[in-house]
Every structure is written in structure tokens, then in C-alpha cells.
Design a protein around this ligand. Structure first.
Ligand code: FES
Length: 72
């Protein structure tokens, strides 16, 4: 799916950046995201926030599981 029509930036690209802990600034610098009409900005921000929130929750769950095993 295309997130930024003006610059032909796909959801895969946005997802890859988000998983690397990068955000809008990096996508704008590398691909020009939201640098033309700006209609893609809200959707891209929502995607990045959701992916990075999932990563935080997953990491937190792993820490909690390891703590349970270690503490008993
Ligand atoms: S859709 Fe991204 S700048 Fe226009």
C-alpha cells in the first residue's frame, strides 16, 4: 500500500523505518515523506506510533517473563 502518493513511499518502507526506531524526520530526509501536500503525515505518524508501541509492549512482556522465571 502506498502511504505517500506524492513521493511513492510504501507502507513497507514506513514500517521498516519504524521497526528500526526511526520516524518521520528520517523518512522525510531519505524519501521526502510529507514534503509536498502533507496528506500522508497523519497516517504515517499513526503507523509509526502503532508499530513502536507494539515493540515496547513486546519488549516489556519479555522482561516480565524473564523476571518471573528468575525470581520464581
Ligand atoms: S501524499 Fe505525502 S506529501 Fe503528498
Amino acid at each position: 500500500m502506498i502511504v505517500c502518493v506524492c513521493n511513492r513511499i510504501s507502507s513497507r518502507t514506513v514500517e521498516a523505518y519504524a521497526r528500526e526506531g526511526l520516524g518521520i524526520d528520517a523518512l522525510r530526509a531519505d524519501y521526502g515523506l510529507a514534503s509536498n501536500c502533507g496528506q500522508c503525515l497523519d497516517h504515517a505518524l499513526t503507523m509509526i506510533d502503532a508499530i513502536q508501541q507494539d515493540q515496547r509492549l513486546f519488549s516489556q512482556a519479555i522482561v516480565e517473563d524473564v523476571t518471573k522465571v528468575a525470581v520464581g
